[in-house]
Write a protein that binds this ligand. Structure first.
Ligand code: PGA
Ligand code: ZN
Length: 412
């Protein structure tokens, strides 16, 4: 039966040095599962609430002792004695106990930690890897990574508006080849930056954060790196952008651009560079603009809603109805339970929206999303650059899964 004996949370540090939770669930028959909760910087307005203490005497107000007390108190009481295999019932009970639409009472960080730790403990009880426990024996497809090799926006302090410049090794024939290509391009880019006297320090997600003058300059450097590493832009490797436009949208303007001008600017970049995916090219509340963007570019390239959809079926449903975007970023902590995450993925797939499971800019050594990418066959994963252990941990986990699957593994 594997009944839950306890769930317990610990305050640990994330990759930015901010506190977060690590939750451990134990069953009476000795199974154990742990999960650590990530944290975003460019968070969407409608994300589930990350509960922080606000006590200026600890971690500048960012402590998570309240969320921890919720895990160790009411949530522990709630899950005790429940079968660890009843993921959906447990998630629903936590949502009900919280009682708010955005998990602001108990905290989405508290709830998510328990939700994911329950899944890990259940997989352990079954003696199966997480991706197989959740996805069954058909879960054999590895995701194409989207690797963030140049950082701007709120993830760096180099003055670039756009937050992420990513490479997609679409021509690779396996995950391990895709990762090797990414790492080779990353290193060549470093050499090019050095030669030009630009900084090679990295931003929050491990991409370089040079002080370049424009988005075009950043894109030129990346194209140069792809070619110098021996790959063909467009055929082997394409470029994806995450402008995270909500962050620089104010008073109806994207910097100095109107919505129409921002759409025209994105179209121009797509014409001039091997870009085949744009995430949050417009702001989260600019739905009219998003519909126009999708009408203009949705047939040609992938348009991902991140802040726009916040992994929430309600916002995704609105997007489907209004023909907005054609892909969705999936972040477990935007919604706060595994069950709701899976529902969002299912709705996206039903309506032929592409799915990209994603880390947050504040991460830990936790690798759950790598397993989720395979379990739910998301097809793509976004988990940062080819350095910083909290990013490479996910790639390394995928490499392990690929090896474990052997000749049953497929790519994308
Ligand atoms: P965040 O950034 O984790 O800081 O929100 C990631 C993203 O915007 O995709
Ligand atoms: Zn984003």
């Amino acid at each position: 039966m594997s009944l839950i004996q306890s769930c317990h949370a610990l305050e640990i540090l994330d990759s930015r040095g901010n506190p977060t939770l690590k939750v451990t669930v134990r069953t009476a028959d000795g199974a154990v599962g742990s999960a650590a909760v990530p944290s975003g910087a460019s968070t969407g307005e409608h994300e589930a609430v990350e509960l922080r203490d606000g006590d200026p005497k600890r971690y500048g107000g960012k402590g998570v002792l309240k969320a921890i007390a919720h895990v160790n108190g009411p949530l522990n009481k709630l899950v005790q004695g429940q079968s660890v295999f009843e993921q959906k019932a447990i998630d629903c009970a936590m949502i009900e106990l919280d009682g708010t639409p955005n998990k602001s009472h108990l905290g989405a960080n508290a709830i998510l930690g328990v939700s994911l730790a329950v899944a890990h403990a259940a997989a352990h009880a079954r003696k199966e890897p997480l991706y197989r426990y959740l996805g069954g024996s058909e879960a054999t497809s590895l995701p194409c990574p989207m690797m963030n090799i140049l950082n701007g926006g709120v993830h760096a302090d180099n003055g670039l508006d756009f937050q992420e410049f990513l490479i997609r090794p679409i021509g690779a024939s396996s995950l391990k080849e895709a990762i090797r290509w990414g790492a080779e391009i990353f290193h060549v880019l470093k050499t090019i930056l050095k030669q030009k006297g630009l900084s090679t320090t990295v931003g929050d997600e491990g991409g370089f954060a040079p002080h370049v003058g424009s988005h075009e300059e950043a894109l030129d450097l990346i194209c140069q790196a792809i070619q110098a590493a021996g790959f063909r832009p467009k055929t082997d490797v394409t470029i994806a952008l995450d402008p995270a436009a909500s962050e620089f949208y104010a008073h109806g303007l994207y910097g100095k651009r109107t919505t129409e001008q921002q759409i025209a600017y994105l179209a121009e970049l797509v014409r001039n560079y091997p870009i085949d995916s744009i995430e949050d090219g417009l702001a989260q509340n600019d739905w009219k603009g998003w519909a126009e963007l999708t009408r203009k570019m949705g047939k040609e390239i992938q348009l991902i809603g991140d802040d726009l959809f916040v992994t929430n079926v309600q916002f995704l449903q609105k997007g489907i109805e209004q023909h907005v975007a054609n892909a969705i970023l999936i972040k477990v902590n935007q919604i706060g339970t595994l069950t709701e995450t899976v529902e969002t993925i299912a709705l996206a797939k039903k309506h032929h929206y592409k799915t990209i499971i994603s880390h947050r800019s504040g991460e830990t050594e936790d690798t759950t999303i790598a397993d989720l990418a395979v379990a739910y066959q998301t097809g793509q994963i976004k988990t940062g650059s080819l350095c910083r252990s909290e990013r490479t941990a996910k790639y390394n986990r995928l490499l392990e899964i690929e090896r474990e699957l052997g000749n049953r593994a497929t790519f994308m």
